[in-house]
Design a protein around this ligand. Sequence first.
Ligand SMILES: [Zn+2]
Length: 400
Amino acid sequence: MARSEADLDEQAVNALRDYLRIPSVHPNVDYGPCEQWVRAQAASIGLPVRVARPAAPHKPVVIVTWAGARPGLPAVLLNSHMDVVPVYQEKWTHPPFGAERTEDGKIYARGSQDMKSNAVQYLEAVRRLRLKGFQPQRTVHITFVPDEEIGGVDGMAAFVKTETFAELNVGFAMDEGMAWPGDEIVIFNGERSNWKLEFICRGNPGHGSMLMDNPAAQRVRVILDRLLDYRESEKARIKHPLMDQGKVTCVNVTMLQGGVQNNVVPPEITIVADVRISPEKDHDEFVKMVQGWCDEAGDTELRIVQRGEVEGVTELNQSNKWWLALKSALENANEKIIPIICPGATDARFIRRLKIPAIGMCVLNNTPILLHDHDEFIYEKVFLKGISLFEEIIRNLTAV
Ligand SMILES: [Zn+2]
């Protein structure tokens, strides 16, 4: 049974590179090869696999389970998504699905940070713990879900509503975090809620040569002013470029629509805004404020195209024994932690909505932030360190 550490490292890097070479890229992802890859990994570790298909036959949720000595206790869920975002091939200096390893110890591929490395770290940590004869008290489920990058509707959002998910009896979940160029490991314990707003500004139409009263553009000016003033005031609250992102509410004008011809004053112009409301902000207050802008502009209708749910936050204090277990594993390894509200969205929100504590974390410190960017890569050394860290994390979490 004795296998050298170098052998295990080699095996882990090969597993990662194989997984990265599967082009599970949007749109129309073929998840078949990912499912096969997980099955092969699980078989080599000696663990059973179950596959749920909560939304469609071609959208599998693959579940690898390591039964604990006390299977009645709530389990630990280690989640990752199998899909990756598209690439601009010509902008890459290494093929995005080649998983090339460079002399200086980098592995280049789409998904190397977001988030196939987590998947391999979970599996390899479990492989090593088993080789060492460790027997967890709590059960560990490692899940591989589809479609996170397109909102998770047919992935985690559907999966959490199934009987299969309920049977997993999840007590605590881990999901993705993000890279950070400093020494610290970034922890996500909550997310902002995702809103899409439309302001339909109406006014008097007519010939482009006439100075009619109240054209739609006059309403547009008021709304744009208020939106951009609010944006500036929130931006001013960002003191730390990473830590404060999720504490503020983000508004961006993403589309302006209206008009048919350059000499026709249009009766209507629509402003579309992407809004991410901080969990620290009262959502109803926000809507009231925005409605106030419409009243001020006059003849402007507010349409809430997407109403974000108020997202729960996983407490990071003495009351959360899971957090204490995770934190002590990281601190024992001398890792520093930055806990933040995730500026974007991850599948962890679907788990938190069930009142199950969930924390996002990637072991990607001292690494440039390249998720969704060209030339995404991971340092092999950091990847391997992550496996050791997850070994300790799994030891601690299953002993809670
Ligand atoms: Zn991701």
